[in-house]
Design a protein. Structure first.
Lengths: 150, 150
C-alpha cells in the first residue's frame, strides 16, 4: 500500500523518521517533500498531499507540521481527504473507526517520535466501522455548505 | 463579539456548558444546534458553523463532536474557516499565533469540560502573530490544489 507523506520545515526530521519506519514495516512511501529543513509554507505541502490522495497516487497520507494544525486545515480543503489531527493513539483509532480518515496529521513540536509512531500504528491497524458512520463520511465528501441538518 | 457554537449529539452537553460559560464572560453566543441529544450527523453541523463564519454571522466558531475529528474536517471544507482541533491549551494558543484560526474543535469524549474551557480561554486570549504567518494563512484561503510548493 502506498502512503504519501508531507511536512513543513518544522517537521522535516519527524517526516524522515516516520518515512523510514513505514518503509521498514513494508509500506511504499511517497515522500512529497520538502527535501530540506529550509523554511517552507505548510499549505503548499498540505495541498500536495491532498492532491496525491485525490488523484489516487496514495491510499493514505501523513501530514506533519509544527503543531499539525496548519497542514491539517490545508489537507482538509480537498473533499477527497479526511485528515485527522491527533496527538495520541485513541484519537488515531477513532479517526479510522468513525471517520474513515485517509490522512493523519501530527505536530512535531508537540509530540515525540515514539508517540507519533504509536499514533500512526494505531491509524494503520484500525478498520473503518461503517454502518451509521458511512452516511456521515459520505457527507464529508459532499460539502454542500447550505444543506440543513437532517 | 459573536461566537457561533455547534456540535453533534455526543457533544450536546459540552456545547451547553461552553455556551453558558461564553455568555457568562460576555460573549454573544449563536447556538447553531442541535437542540437535543438525539442522534445527528456531525457534517451537517460543521457545515452550518462554517457557513455562519463564512457569512460573517459570527467572528469565531466552536465545533464539538465525540472526538472533534469529524466536525473539524467538515468545518475546514469551507475556505473561510481555519478550524483547529485541540485537546490542550498550548495547541489552542498556537492555532491563534500561527494559523489565525477562527474556529476551535474539541472532542467531548476525550477531554473534560474544564480542559475544554481552558482551551477555549487560551484560544480567545491569544492574538495572531502575523508576519511570515500571514502568507501561509492567505494560502489557506486560496486552496488551488495544483499549486507547487514555493
Amino acid at each position: 500500500m502506498k502512503i504519501a507523506i508531507a511536512s513543513d520545515h518544522a517537521a522535516f526530521d519527524l517526516k524522515a523518521d516516520l518515512a523510514q519506519w513505514l518503509a521498514d514495516i513494508g509500506y511504499e512511501v511517497v515522500d512529497l517533500g520538502p527535501d530540506s529543513a529550509s523554511s517552507v509554507d505548510y499549505p503548499d505541502y498540505g495541498y500536495r498531499l491532498a492532491q496525491a490522495i485525490g488523484d489516487n497516487q496514495a491510499a493514505l497520507g501523513v501530514a506533519l507540521c509544527g503543531s499539525g494544525i496548519g497542514i491539517s486545515i490545508a489537507a482538509n480543503r480537498h473533499a477527497a481527504v479526511r485528515c485527522a489531527l491527533v496527538s495520541e493513539p485513541l484519537s488515531a483509532r477513532l479517526a479510522r473507526t468513525h471517520n474513515d480518515a485517509n490522512a493523519i496529521a501530527m505536530g512535531a513540536r508537540l509530540i515525540g517520535p515514539e508517540m507519533a509512531r504509536a499514533c500512526l500504528a494505531a491509524f494503520l491497524d484500525t478498520p473503518f466501522e461503517g454502518g451509521r458512520h458511512q452516511r456521515r463520511v459520505d457527507k464529508l465528501s459532499q460539502p454542500q455548505l447550505n444543506q440543513e441538518p437532517a
